[in-house]
Design a protein around this ligand. Structure first.
Ligand code: GLY
Ligand code: MN
Ligand code: MN
Length: 504
């Protein structure tokens, strides 16, 4: 196993020169490479502390954490590479690094602690064919990449060639030897290699092995619930860049209307700023005008943006280190809410205020949703939309009620970080039922969505979708709204649009 990326077809019709004289000519005449080594990154310092924490959870076991490989988009073009979040968290590597790399934590002989080694495909020497002939890793094609020495200096861990991985994974594994766990969903081929090693060594049944891997995935998700100081800074950086990109979209609203196909224009403007300020968007932007705003994950973005409509923009910039914001603003394209739009907007805003007020240490994660949804349900009740004779208590009943969910079917919050829906494999007891703790970052994002074909709502509300979403960090005695710089109240939002994206 030297490459674990998806295999591409090798076209038959191309031939590559193979003559000795040509090869020699390609290899010669290059200036020597700089031997200068990079400094240890700040991200790597924090990653080392995270590896320590993981090491203490699994003493004496080998832990295999792949970055994942290149994935084919079509024929011989790949998607832009993005490492698995567990790998990014434990190495400090971000952006497009490093396809096919695998982090292995090997227990030290003393039984205490682990040694971390990164297996990856280092920059090939100029006398290799890879140098000029490999379109996925060769320097001629994809640019210079790290050497074993430079990656080691940058990340503060041992580095080895990827070809050594199979032996390293198998070494000393067995019933009386080491146990090994792998992050399964990062890379199917690496998971298969680990499975083969376990099978050959008679270490455990396939079910036991899968259970062991699931426990590792849970641990890695749970570890990310509380962000360290560097991560909180990353989140603020992501949100700051997101706010700038929102301003640019608001400035461009008249252009989106004028050009037609306006949702695409909005997506492009946001994407431009995301790519410029960070690695790109952290998830596909939801650019939803008019009735499209009632589709929760409207990412087709194929529609028009029209005066008189609301535009719901749910988008986030991802930093170079891969931390993403997740912010939503719903704005009147013309600069003024209609009365029904304002009525819906203010109900959602009131729900969001209630949710935000519930974010503080000691409260549970689920208290945030409970606070927001009660406001949503109360408004729906007052507007006469819930089934006849259903009381507020009845609709809020988790088992028998929940009628209000016809118009807000999603939860109010989720954890946010390296993944937009971060820590997804943490257990319910640690996530939904868990207490909020300092350093957690979550969204507060209630909404109301009245579809244009919903005959249970008055005509004037049909086709109105509103969501307001902010990103907050739990502090020692409350919470800080990382996205508070963006307009949120009706007058603020109207002034923002009318001022062409300038914040008051
Ligand atoms: N952007 C997806 C969400 O808000 O959860
Ligand atoms: Mn969200
Ligand atoms: Mn969102």
């Amino acid at each position: 196993m030297s490459r674990v990326s998806e295999k591409q077809h090798q076209p038959e019709h191309r031939n590559r020169p193979t003559g000795e004289a040509f090869m020699a000519f390609m290899r010669a005449g290059w200036a020597p490479r700089s031997g200068e080594l990079p400094e240890l990154t700040e991200a790597a310092r924090y990653a080392a502390a995270r590896r320590e924490e993981l090491s203490a959870t699994y003493p004496g076991e080998r832990l295999v954490v792949p970055a994942g490989g290149l994935k084919i988009r079509s024929n011989d073009t790949d998607y832009v590479f993005r490492p698995h979040s567990a790998f990014a968290h434990l190495t400090g590597l971000g952006a497009d690094r490093e396809p096919d790399a695998v982090l292995v934590l090997d227990p030290l002989p003393s039984g205490e602690g682990h040694e971390a080694t990164l297996y990856f495909l280092p920059l090939a020497d100029r006398d290799s064919e890879e140098f000029f002939a490999d379109s996925r890793s060769g320097e001629f094609w994809v640019g210079s990449r790290p050497t074993l020495a430079s990656a080691s200096a940058e990340l503060g861990l041992s580095t080895r060639h990827l070809s050594e991985l199979p032996d390293a994974v198998a070494k000393d594994v067995g019933p009386s030897g080491l146990a090994v766990r792998v992050v399964r969903d990062a890379d199917r081929e690496v998971a298969a290699t680990v499975d083969r090693v376990r099978e050959q060594s008679g270490l455990s049944s396939a079910e036991q092995a899968q259970e062991a891997d699931l426990a590792l995935a849970r641990t890695l998700s749970t570890m990310r619930l509380v962000k360290d100081d560097w991560e909180v800074e990353q989140m603020q950086e992501a949100v700051d860049a997101t706010a700038t990109a929102f301003d640019a979209v608001v400035e461009q609203l008249p252009e989106a209307v004028r050009r037609g196909r306006g949702e695409r224009w909005v997506e492009g403007v946001f994407g431009l700023h995301a790519r410029h300020a960070g690695n790109g968007v952290g998830y596909d932007s939801i650019c939803a005008a008019g009735d499209h705003a009632t589709t929760l994950h409207w990412i087709r973005n194929t529609g028009e943006v029209k005066d008189g409509d609301l535009l719901l923009l749910d988008a986030g910039v991802e930093t170079d280190a891969l931390y993403t914001a997740d912010v939503t603003r719903t704005v009147p394209v013309s600069g003024r809410f209609t009365d029904p739009q304002r009525r819906v907007y203010e109900a959602v805003l009131e729900a969001q205020e209630a949710g935000l007020a519930a974010v503080r240490p000691g409260n549970r994660f689920k208290d945030v949703h409970a606070a927001a949804i009660e406001v949503i349900a109360r408004h729906l009740l007052e507007w006469g939309l819930l089934p006849e004779d259903v009381t507020l208590e009845q609709t809020l009943d988790a088992e028998e009620g929940q009628f209000h969910r016809r118009w807000m079917v999603h939860g109010t919050s989720h954890h946010l970080g390296l993944d937009v829906h971060d820590c997804a494999q943490a257990l319910r007891e640690d996530y939904v039922e868990g207490e909020l703790r300092e350093g957690m970052v979550l969204t507060v994002e209630p909404g109301l969505y009245f579809k244009s074909d919903d005959l249970l709502v008055p005509e004037e509300l049909r086709g109105i979708g509103v969501r307001i979403e902010d990103d907050v960090v739990v502090t020692a005695d409350g919470a800080r709204n990382l996205s508070a710089m963006l307009p949120r109240t009706v007058p603020e939002v109207e002034a923002w649009v009318r001022g062409g994206g300038r914040r008051g």
